[in-house]
Design a protein around this ligand. Structure first.
Ligand code: ZN
Ligand code: FE
Length: 256
């Protein structure tokens, strides 16, 4: 039996921890800060089995050096990013299995936010770092809109039941932008209400799920006629392709 638990870090990050309740072992995903994870391990008497890294940003890898001092565990991360702690560099379609864990993880390369960004997928869990957020997507710090668009497409090809474990609690802000772009989306309004209740209790809005994201996340809905029109009106320009809509939407969100 495996649980997935969020440990809040910094202002709005989550370090996701997979816990194997049979063995009291765990895997930490994107530990940007060591203290919250180390405290959690001690408090729950868990043994760390491995660290997963989605991309090289400090808020995802900053805790690793300190964690490794006391826990000599393998570190799985993207081969295309130069991360010195990484003992197991990964590329597209690699399968990761961890000793004594009954699950395997499929790796996909999802460039856009950074050029080497990867995700870890084991049905139904998706650890997608800063590629897809609930009702949003990562900023294009290194990649092109074309790259990010096809990375998001790789995510939408997963089953609808996929649970989205992204790294930031940005949902309510993302919803505000989405409502501008997609004003008549009743699912979105319902989701906002749901998330407001969670945040008022200081609970995470995550994980999200892919079916909901497909229905509400404007970055996955660039072929929607109403969204296309809203973006074109905002830009005073017509667009021929959904990648162009995506690029304009991402640029709009950057300024929102
Ligand atoms: Zn990042
Ligand atoms: Fe981040």
């Amino acid at each position: 039996m495996i649980d997935v638990i969020p440990i809040p870090a910094f202002k709005d990050n989550y370090i996701w921890v997979l816990i194997n309740k049979t063995t009291n072992q765990c895997i930490g995903v994107d530990p940007g800060d060591a203290t919250p994870l180390l405290d959690f391990l001690a408090q729950h008497q868990l043994t760390l089995s491995a660290i997963f890294i989605t991309h090289h940003h400090p808020d995802h890898i900053g805790g690793i050096a300190t964690i490794l001092k006391d826990h000599q565990v393998p570190v799985y991360g993207p081969r295309k990013e130069n991360i010195s702690f990484c003992t197991h560099p990964l590329i597209e379609n690699d399968m990761v299995s961890i000793q004594s864990w009954p699950v395997e993880f499929l790796i996909k390369e999802v460039p856009g936010h950074t050029l080497g960004h990867i995700f870890f997928y084991s049905k139904p869990w998706l650890f997608c770092g800063d590629t897809l957020f609930s009702i949003g997507c990562g900023r294009l710090f290194e990649g092109s809109p074309e790259q990010m668009y096809s990375s998001l497409k790789k995510i939408t090809e997963l089953p609808d039941e996929t649970q989205i474990y992204c790294t930031h609690e940005y949902t309510l802000n993302n919803i505000k932008f989405a409502q501008k772009v997609d004003p008549n989306n009743e699912n979105l309004n319902q989701y906002q209400h749901h998330c407001q209740i969670l945040r008022a209790k200081n609970l995470p809005t995550l994980p999200s799920n892919l079916a909901l994201e497909k229905a509400c996340n404007p970055f996955l809905r660039c072929t929607n006629a109403l969204i296309k029109k809203t973006v074109e009106d905002y830009c005073h320009q017509k667009f021929d392709t959904s990648v162009q809509i995506f690029a304009a939407l991402r640029a709009w969100k950057d300024k929102f």
